[in-house]
Design a protein around this ligand. Structure first.
Ligand code: ANZ
Ligand code: ZN
Length: 822
């Protein structure tokens, strides 16, 4: 018997498939479409890790299963290839970012091929290639034309020593990750995408995604953070009645306002303090706040710190003087950057007022005539009725929320409004290794978009990587240009785009990956979108998925794509753990997929990963589990080899199988088909699908020599077909050894026969007065009368009821017979 030699077999078939172009996208439009997509990797230079191996194994089963089920399948792969590590390699080691990235892309691609994943490599894309980023720029211009890209001043993390902008991830404990100096905030002109215009639609769309994990949908909802409330406009008499508008979810507490707080960055602050004795302290406080992160400032444990500005606002309804404070806990970029303080009914305000000795005025009481204790010992946040609120006294507070908002609206002092936590998307990066933003600045024409026919704006080569500035600013050939509008000397934008933009549309590009004139045609997009199953890590639950949804909605509005939600179903795979911890270099518990492939073959690695846990759960790596998978493949190998002679003969299936064993094997086979089909196709529970196949293998081993050969042959063939999506190489080899023409991956997925699932006979219990006394095997289609008759006729029962009178016989078909006798 020939031995199982995975390395040799896998190399052979990977080559053969490639030569036969077996995984080319099927364009036969008479078939239903299926788009299976795994998140593309970042080519970091570390190569493939177990997380990759897992996501690609899952995706490959999905793709192969759909192909065998008669779908035309799009299953592409690429690389998310722009980003900071390439630039750091350039700064620290003098390596060209492009060469560094391209060689990593090549490497990861080779390693992906070793898994045996069935990608259509003709549609390969790399986001750092000009033929791709040309269209990222094209899309930026589309956003610009639609008023969805704009420039405004914004605060960024700034390292004064490195003279550069830092991403949030590059700020560690308030210090620069590279030089350890104190990071400050700096205001710069930055490009933004107007994602907030789509906030409501991004929320609404989530309700139409039943095949997404609830958790991910909840995270997105949270991120968008819709809040309904009122705007209330106070005025500042000492600053020419300058309005200060607050956002509040509790306009019903308006009469309980005893102070106001504005964010340190609020534009009015300098005017409020101007010439007052508070001025110096407040300005110093603002500088200090600029250094704190949003999280530090708003965490519930953080001490609430504030300063009185010395200025007062006028209450819009009572006309009272309300002191205006600045405090760390009010954020400039939520609501209006200003809040009204109601210490009697808000815990945070209560703490703040208690700390600074501000008055506390209750305006909601549990019920009419049931006042709150004086003084209050904590904020009263429950419902109740209004008091001390003028004409609104006695009104239930829920009603007052709406009524006071309405009243303010009538007086033009505010009104009902909706606020979102979601901010516009800051996409400018002062870095080299990204897609250049295709804009030009001209002294006479202002910001002018690069004409589409001049795309791509190529990344220049004559740049300096010294870690001290944006390398693009060092390239004169890049910066110096002419204005597309007036032809005068002009300056190119040197910001590049956030790499999340690259990955917000790559799944669309795959539908038309080689198009040189457009990102893709609407026709090709319509052929494939939406992605039917998107597989990736939970770490992308918010940003990448939200941005992709945003892009899809904009392109839908532009008539370029037929759907406004990109991913119909989402599968977030769990982590791969070892000894209970996530595999990581620092833990020293990394198992490399390539090592396992080298030792046991890719099929074993795939089988282990798919068998060890359902895809959305964490998976515990186990060496014995890997060996178990290897043994199982060997067991299948030997089983087929053992029956080699069978496949040399032509054994036609002759009608219904006769023997009990043959019927049983046939039943097991159909049951397995049914189970495996629904576990893969409906539940994505590959582990239970594999268990079912293992049971079939056990049944095949137990099948006697003398029993029906045609049934055996059919079951062995079915076994190989059912295993094909999981272990594509060994099944292809076995299929060939069975003398089959063509690839097992081109075979139609087997269908099960409902009739074959029916058990011919069942074993039922026979009870006397509720106690089980005997067992009986009856035909499944036997009538009640027949079952009753048979039960009463058995020897044991006869003996037990002798001398008694049978009062009643109850038959529960398929289960039991109960004889009532005394
Ligand atoms: C007065 C008030 C009274 C409030 C009361 C609450 C309870 P959500 O639900 O998260 O939207 N707020 C508004 N803008 C803020 C900002 N920029 N920074 C910090 N806090 C801000 O919360 C809305 C509430 O958060 C608003 O309603 C406001 O406080 C505060 F009994 O106004 B409330
Ligand atoms: Zn010009």
């Amino acid at each position: 018997m020939r031995e199982y030699t995975p390395k040799e077999i896998e190399r052979k078939w990977q080559q053969a498939w490639q030569e036969a172009r077996l995984h080319q996208t099927d364009e036969d439009e008479s078939k239903p479409k299926y788009y299976a997509l795994e998140q593309f990797p970042y080519p970091s230079g570390e190569g493939l890790h177990m997380g990759h191996m897992r996501v690609y194994s899952i995706g490959d089963v999905v793709a192969r299963f759909r192909r065998m089920n008669g779908y035309r399948v799009l299953h592409p792969m690429g690389a998310d290839a722009f980003g900071l590590p390439a630039e750091n390699a350039a700064i620290n080691r003098g390596i060209n970012p492009r060469e560094w990235t391209l060689s990593n892309m090549e490497r990861i691609r080779k390693e992906q091929a070793l898994i045996g994943a069935s990608y259509d490599w003709d549609r390969y894309i790399g986001t750092c290639l000009p033929e791709y980023y040309k269209f990222t720029q094209w899309l930026f211009l589309l956003f610009y034309e639609r008023g969805l890209a704009y420039r405004k001043k914004a605060f960024v993390n700034w390292c004064p020593d490195c003279n550069t902008v830092l991403a949030n991830e590059q700020v560690e404990d308030g210090k620069c990750w590279r030089c350890d100096s104190e990071v400050t905030k700096k205001e710069l002109e930055q490009w933004f995408l107007r994602i907030t215009d789509y906030a409501e639609r991004l929320l609404e769309g989530l309700d139409r995604l039943p095949d997404w994990p609830d958790k991910v949908r909840a995270m997105q909802r949270n991120w968008i953070g819709k809040s309904e409330g009122a705007h209330v406009t106070f005025t500042v008499p000492e600053c020419d009645d300058e309005p200060v508008t607050v956002f509040t979810t509790r306009p019903d507490t308006l009469f309980g306002v005893t102070y106001m707080v504005v964010a340190p960055e609020h534009p009015l602050v300098p005017r409020l303090v101007k010439g007052k004795e508070t001025e110096a302290d407040v300005l110093a406080f603002i500088e200090q706040m600029k250094k704190q992160s949003e999280i530090e400032r708003t965490s519930t444990e953080a001490e609430k710190v504030g300063l009185f500005t010395g200025a007062y606002a006028k209450h819009p309804l009572t006309g009272e003087k309300v002191p205006i404070w600045v405090a760390n806990y009010v954020l400039m970029d939520y609501g209006t950057g200003a809040v009204m303080g109601v210490p009697a009914h808000d815990e945070r305000d209560f703490q703040f007022a208690s700390k600074y000795g501000l008055p506390i005025k209750a305006v909601i009481q549990p019920a009419e005539g049931e006042p709150l204790p004086e003084p209050l010992t904590e904020a009263y946040t429950e419902d109740g009725v209004l008091t001390g609120s003028g004409d609104f006294d006695g009104m239930p507070n829920r009603q007052a929320v709406k009524e006071i908002a309405k009243f303010l609206e009538e007086r033009k002092q505010g009104g009902w409004t909706t606020t979102y936590r979601l901010r516009d998307w800051l996409i400018s990066r002062q870095r080299y290794w990204g897609t250049p933003i295709p804009m030009i600045y001209c002294d006479s024409c202002g910001a002018v978009p690069v004409p589409k026919e001049q795309l791509p704006v190529m990344l220049p080569e004559d740049v300096v990587f010294d870690g001290k500035r944006n390398p693009l600013t060092t390239s004169d050939t890049f910066v110096q240009t002419t204005c597309p509008r007036c032809g005068n000397k002009a300056r190119r934008e040197t910001d590049t785009m956030d790499t999340f933009i690259d990955s917000s549309w790559y799944f669309m590009r795959y539908t038309d990956a080689q198009n040189e004139d457009e990102p893709f045609t609407p026709e090709n997009a319509a052929k494939w979108l939406p992605v039917d199953e998107y597989i990736g890590g939970i770490e992308h639950a918010v940003l990448h998925l939200l941005y992709s949804r945003f892009f899809t909605k904009v392109l839908y509005d532009a008539g370029l794509v037929p759907v406004d939600e990109p991913f119909k179903s989402l599968l977030t795979q769990g982590m791969v753990l070892k000894d209970g911890f996530k595999m990581s270099k620092s833990k020293g518990n990394v198992v490399s997929p390539l090592e396992i492939i080298e030792k046991y073959g890719a099929d074993t690695a795939r089988l282990f990963i798919l068998f060890a846990a359902p895809p959305d759960r964490d998976l515990e790596w186990s060496d014995s589990g890997v060996e178990g998978s290897y043994r199982f493949i060997n067991r299948v190998w030997r089983l087929i080899a053992q029956h080699e002679a069978l496949f040399a003969q032509d054994i036609p299936v002759q009608g219904e199988p006769q023997s009990g064993e043959a019927k049983e094997l046939r039943r097991l086979m159909h049951q397995t088909i049914k189970k495996v089909t629904s576990e893969i196709g409906e539940r994505s529970h590959f582990n239970t699908a594999i268990s079912a196949i293992m049971e079939l293998v056990n049944g095949l081993y137990a099948y006697p020599e003398h029993a029906d050969r045609a049934v055996l042959k059919e079951a062995l063939e079915t076994l190989v077909v059912l295993l094909a999506p999981f272990v594509p190489h060994v099944t292809e080899e076995l299929w060939q050894s069975m003398g089959k023409e063509g690839s097992v991956h081109r075979v139609n997925w087997p269908t099960y026969d409902e009739r074959a699932l029916v058990l011919d006979e069942v074993e039922i219990a026979v009870q006397i007065n509720g106690k089980v006394r005997d067992k009986l095997v009856v035909a499944t289609d036997a009538s009640r009368e027949e079952v009753e008759k048979q039960a009463l006729e058995t020897e044991r029962i006869q003996a037990l009821i002798e001398g008694k009178t049978v009062r009643k016989v109850i038959v529960v078909p398929g289960k039991l017979v109960n004889i009532v006798a005394n």
